[in-house]
Write a protein that binds this ligand. Structure first.
Ligand code: NAP
Length: 246
């Protein structure tokens, strides 16, 4: 898939799945806006890509805050041009059983994982509609499809992303803008670093793939959904879980 000179915005690009996505887009010729919470974290991926001869620019932004998202998208528009692709990958987990869940943890997970995607989409919508072209990919989760004990906030946010994806697909489809989601299973990143050993074993023995996933298992699917060739696919959620939930 060719993304030569396309402007691609990847949120949560500093590590894990977002870094792999940013790297793949850069390798495919894109100019990648690498978004993370701080200059330093966003800069880690941008520097890595830059040193490898690719084009990547860091942007610091808390995607849960409207004014920061608007300022970041305005900067990207000024410095790089209208984004062709937006990947809403930034996400956090604040797990707890319902009875112990703190309201601030509910609010923050919804703010980053769901409102963040809404704000980023809103901030690029006018420009994409004007360009009559756009690809939006939201990173949901199998937890948004199936739920998980101890993750009511995360599951609600990730399920919300799927509803958001369908609504945006319907609203922007006539303007050449598609919106799809992916639902990764359990992927080796900082987020899953502390998964209990018995749960890892469960995934390894239950998933037909026989292992947890890697960020590189996820990134190519994002590139496909963001490609020109995927223009007739919209409003869909693609599960990438090694068959765990079959
Ligand atoms: P990760 O390694 O913990 O990375 C999270 C990324 O999100 C970092 O780049 C982080 O930036 C960024 N981020 C966090 N809060 C942010 C905010 N308020 N504003 C902007 N950026 C923010 O996570 P990951 O495992 O790669 O997960 C990436 C996405 O995939 C998340 O949406 C996650 O829910 C989803 N997912 C993960 C798995 C899995 O098994 N790992 C499975 C399904 C779905 P900083 O470095 O600046 O903090």
């Amino acid at each position: 898939m060719d993304f030569t000179d396309q402007i691609v915005v990847v949120t949560g690009a500093s590590r894990g799945i977002g870094r792999a996505i940013a790297q793949r887009f850069a390798e495919a010729g894109a100019v990648v806006a690498c978004v993370a919470t701080t200059e330093q974290s966003a800069g880690q991926t941008a520097l890595l890509l830059d040193q490898a001869g690719f084009r990547a620019i860091p942007y610091a932004c808390d995607v849960g805050h409207a004014e920061q998202v608007e300022a970041m998208m305005a900067n990207i528009q000024d410095q790089l041009g209208t984004p062709h692709v937006l990947v809403n990958n930034a996400g956090i987990a604040r797990d707890a059983l319902l009875v112990r869940m703190k309201d601030e943890d509910w609010d923050r997970v919804l703010e980053v994982n769901l409102k963040g995607a809404y704000l980023c989409i809103k901030a690029v919508t006018r420009a994409m509609m004007k360009a009559r072209y756009g690809r939006i990919v939201n990173v949901s989760s199998v937890v948004g499809l199936h739920g998980a004990s101890g993750q009511a906030n995360y599951a609600a946010a990730k399920a919300g992303l799927i509803g958001l994806t369908k609504a945006v697909a319907k609203e922007l489809g006539s303007r050449g803008v598609t919106c799809n989601a992916i639902a990764p299973g359990f992927i080796e990143t900082d987020m899953t670093h502390d998964l209990p050993e018995d749960f890892r074993k469960y995934v390894e023995t239950t998933a037909p793939a026989g292992r947890l996933g890697t960020a590189n298992d996820v990134a190519p699917a994002v590139l496909f959904l963001a490609s020109r060739e995927a223009g007739y696919i919209t409003g869909q959620t693609l599960t990438i879980d090694g068959g765990l939930f079959l």
